[in-house]
Structure formats: structure tokens, C-alpha cells
Design a protein around this ligand. Structure first.
Ligand code: CA
Length: 283
């Protein structure tokens, strides 16, 4: 019983103690104060940690977002660049098309030029035929004997060549140009027969011939074939390359037939008659 009583008492004591613990005013000792602030402090700490963690997480997220934005921005730049490249490629393709078109046009033009050249060739052939016909008619009219070729009116024929004894006075170079324009050249002589024929027509006038040394300092024919001086063809003492002519720079570089039919060198600017030569047209 005593035990029971004790137990009961203790129970009563305990219950009363519980009541007493809650009912009496709180003790303000250091331990209880610590206990009282421990939970809020822990809670605040946890919340602070959570806030920091969340902040860090947000920072990471914002960093990732910034990276994604940068990537998107870079991608946008790449797309713009691709668009520009595509536009450039399209323009290049158009240029290529224009070039192809121009080439096609040029092909047509080249074909036209080729056709025109063929027509010119035909005209040239026709011109030669007309010249031959004219030559034949002249031979009939003049009752001349048949020869191997034919020369234009006003030209003299000898063997296979035609000779023109120009009555105008020109410089040596002007004479050369005149002959070239008439599909001929200044006189070139090789055989004694040719010399005899020419001098028979030239004496007693002065005539330029196609002989000079102005180009290389050595005497050569107008077609640039070399010439070896034959003294018997030259006036005695010539060529003398006389330099006191008072006609400008240079000595006497161009040859002419003197009134006796022999050669002499004179300053090329002097104006004389001239002799052109060309092959006769075969009929
Ligand atoms: Ca001379």
C-alpha cells in the first residue's frame, strides 16, 4: 500500500509538477534563454541557408539563361550571315547567267564577223576577177600580144612585174607609203634586164628607189633584204653619206636614181619622183 501511495503520490507529484512547470513564471536562466532562442535561430539559419542556396541557384540559372541568350544571339548572327551568303550566292548565280547570256550573244556576233569575213573574201576574189577582165579587155583594145600577167592602167609591165613611175614629188617615206597603199613597194632591182628596163624609163629624171640605210646603218632593200654595194650602179664617189645638206638631223640615208640612171644617196626628206613595183596579176 505504501508503495501504491508512494506511486500515487509520486504521480500526483509529477502531475502537480507538470502543472507547476507550466504555471509558474518562466525562469530567465542562461540555459533556458538559449533553449528558447535555439529553435527560431535554427529556423532563421535554415531559412537564410535556403535563401542563399536559392540565390545561388538563381544565379546559376541566370548564368545559364545568359549563356543561352548569348548562344541564341550568336545563332541569330550565324543565321544573318547565312542569309547574306545566300543572297550573295543568288547574285553570283545571276551574274553567271548574265555572263552565259553575253557569251551566247558573242558567239552570235563572232559568227556574224566570220560570215562578214567570208563575204569580204568573196568581194576580194571578185575584185581580182574584175581586174583580170579589165586587163584582158585592155589587151584586146591595145591589140597587145599575150603576156603572163596584167598590170593596172598607168603601170608598165616588164616580165612578171608592174612598175609605176610616179610623176608627183614625195619624200622617200611618203613614196614608200604611197606604194604600200597601192599593194606595191618601192623599187627593188635584181637583174641587169630589170635595171635596163627601169633606167630606160627613168632617165633623165630623179626617182626614189627602195634602198636605204636609215634603219640599221647598212644598206638594205625596202623589204629588209640586205644589199651589197655594186660600184658600177652608183655615181662615182657615192654613197657619200653627206651631212652638210642643212636639212635637219642625219646624213644621206636614202638612194635614188640620178639623171644618168646611176644611184646616189640623198637626205630622205627631199621630195622626188618615185618608182613602185608589184607582181602582175595572172590571167
Ligand atoms: Ca650623196
Amino acid at each position: 500500500m505504501a508503495m501504491m501511495t508512494d506511486y500515487h503520490y509520486e504521480n500526483e507529484d509529477d502531475s502537480s509538477a507538470l502543472w507547476i512547470k507550466e504555471a509558474p513564471p518562466v525562469s530567465f536562466s542562461g540555459v533556458s534563454r538559449f533553449r528558447r532562442w535555439l529553435f527560431p535561430a535554427l529556423t532563421a539559419t535554415v531559412i537564410l541557408v535556403l535563401i542563399i542556396a536559392l540565390g545561388a541557384s538563381n544565379a546559376k540559372t541566370s548564368n545559364r539563361l545568359w549563356s543561352v541568350e548569348q548562344s541564341v544571339s550568336n545563332l541569330s548572327d550565324v543565321i544573318q550571315s547565312l542569309n547574306a551568303s545566300l543572297q550573295h550566292a543568288q547574285e553570283t548565280a545571276k551574274d553567271v547567267q548574265r555572263l552565259q547570256f553575253a557569251v551566247e550573244n558573242n558567239k552570235d556576233q563572232l559568227a556574224s564577223v566570220s560570215e562578214a569575213l567570208k563575204q569580204l573574201s568573196a568581194v576580194d576574189s571578185l575584185s581580182r576577177s574584175v581586174a583580170s577582165l579589165k586587163c584582158s579587155l585592155e589587151r584586146i583594145i591595145n591589140n597587145s600580144s599575150a603576156v603572163d600577167g596584167c598590170c593596172p592602167l598607168g603601170w608598165e609591165q616588164f616580165d612578171l612585174n608592174c612598175y609605176f613611175f610616179g610623176s608627183l614629188s614625195l619624200s622617200w617615206n611618203e613614196s614608200r607609203v604611197w606604194c604600200d597603199k597601192h599593194e606595191a613597194h618601192l623599187l627593188i632591182l635584181h637583174t641587169d634586164k630589170e635595171w635596163e628596163f627601169v633606167t630606160r624609163h627613168s632617165v633623165p629624171e630623179f626617182y626614189w628607189v627602195g634602198l636605204s640605210d636609215w634603219r640599221t646603218g647598212r644598206w638594205e632593200w625596202v623589204n629588209q633584204t640586205p644589199y651589197t654595194i655594186e660600184r658600177r650602179r652608183w655615181v662615182p664617189g657615192q654613197p657619200d653619206s653627206w651631212a652638210h645638206h642643212g636639212l635637219g638631223p642625219g646624213d644621206e640615208d636614202c638612194a635614188h636614181l640620178h639623171r644618168n640612171g646611176r644611184l646616189n644617196d640623198l637626205h630622205c626628206s627631199i621630195k622626188l619622183r618615185y618608182i613602185c613595183q608589184k607582181h602582175s596579176v595572172r590571167v
